[in-house]
Design a protein around this ligand. Structure first.
Ligand SMILES: C[S@@+](CC[C@H](N)C(=O)[O-])C[C@H]1O[C@@H](n2cnc3c(N)ncnc32)[C@H](O)[C@@H]1O
Length: 355
């Protein structure tokens, strides 16, 4: 039997939401300690009526994403250990190697130091180990892909999409399946790109490049999607990564950025000029995540939508902007006993409420 205990690739401390009590085994929502979310955001006359919920796709699409993640990628609300063992019998042996590599990397980094995760990402390129570990992040991946699809639809973007730091291409694959856009996945880990190519081999609109930011490309993308990458890179490199992201987005296109750092006002202050020089202006923000992880709890992460060609700064108070939204909508939805546990994510709530 596989054991539980992987910690890497799980989000560490982005937004933790406290729970008051439990009811019939379901966590009851109490209060968002820190969270981010939505506001009315007006950029032009046409967009005066724009509301964040309109960014999200319909519930059928969200269910399709959930289904692909579960059936193809074995990313489930809780990992299906039996199924993973049957499909990938060598996963169990890898778990120990992974744990050892994790301990070595943490020891080398020392307390508070930057952990070199390259070996960990190489090991996680095995689809069984990935399924086992990344099920804890299923709700973020699900919501991130849903929001990316929502943005493509909302702005009728038909040009190429870049999935930066795609690892073995789970989000790239789902984007490729549910849109007709050309989707390019980018990651520096060779083993991850090899797995990504195998896992998406039947998708003619999906391709993978082994490279890292900063990256030069002749293609400028309608949407650059960058989820959970920045906080895996030392902060001193962030300005050049942000500059590169800006170069990769086409004029008028979007960057959808989810990273722990964006709710840190000091980080925003340090990188304000870089965003300005990259001509990436704030358009909106929302929360990814909800109920999930192992053991399941409520956790959310900030996603910021930036538009190329604008210079509106990212607000310092992203956290409080969206706390309102969590409190206003998500807690009631998540506490409703009729809401299935796997659907207690922001994408499902938005999709259900927006219709
Ligand atoms: C936690 S994984 C996130 C994978 C995926 N985006 C998701 O959210 O499921 C972080 C990925 O970022 C990649 N990465 C690290 N540094 C990078 C860089 N400079 N440019 C692009 N990708 C990078 C790593 O190789 C790793 O696959």
């Amino acid at each position: 039997m596989l054991k539980f205990g992987l910690t890497s690739c799980e989000r560490t401390g982005a937004i933790r939401l406290s729970m008051a009590d439990t009811c019939h085994g379901q966590a009851k929502w109490a209060k968002a300690a820190i969270s981010t979310g939505s506001s009315w955001t007006a950029r032009t006359e046409v967009e005066m009526q724009f509301e964040t919920a309109a960014l999200w796709p319909d519930v059928e699409t969200v269910r399709s994403i959930d289904g692909i993640l579960r059936d193809q990628w074995l990313l489930d609300f809780q990992p299906d250990v039996g199924l993973i063992s049957v499909k990938f019998p060598d996963t169990e042996g890898l778990l120990q190697r992974y744990d050892e590599a994790h301990a070595r990397a943490a020891q080398k980094a020392g307390p508070g130091g930057d952990v070199d995760e390259r070996e960990l990402f190489r090991l996680l390129a095995h689809p069984g180990l990935f399924a086992f570990a990344a099920s804890a992040r299923r709700h973020y991946i699900l919501d991130g892909v849903a929001l990316a699809i929502g943005v493509l639809r909302r702005f009728q973007l038909a040009g190429p999409v870049l999935d930066v730091g795609c690892h073995i291409g789970a989000s790239t694959n789902v984007l490729g399946k549910l849109t007709s856009s050309r989707i390019v996945g980018l990651d520096p880990v060779g083993a991850a790109i090899d797995s990504a190519r195998k896992m998406s081999s039947g998708l003619p609109n999906v391709e993978f490049v082994r490279a890292m930011l900063p990256w030069k490309s002749e293609t400028h993308f309608d949407l650059v999607f960058c989820q959970d990458v920045l906080h895996h890179v030392p902060q001193t490199s962030h300005p050049k990564l942000i500059a590169s992201l800006g170069e990769l987005v086409r004029e008028g296109g979007f960057l959808l950025l989810s990273a722990i750092d964006v709710i840190d006002p000091a980080w925003l202050e340090r990188n304000r000029t870089t965003f300005q020089q990259a001509r990436l202006g704030y358009f909106d923000c929302d929360v990814l995540g909800g109920y999930g992880g192992n053991p399941a709890t409520f956790l959310g992460a900030t996603a910021v939508l930036l538009r190329k060609g604008d210079n509106t700064p990212i607000p310092d108070d992203l956290a409080s902007i969206s706390t309102r939204e969590w409190d206003a909508h998500f807690k009631d939805y998540a506490n409703d006993p009729k809401t299935p546990a796997r659907e207690k994510t922001q994408a499902f709530e938005r999709a259900t409420r927006a219709r």
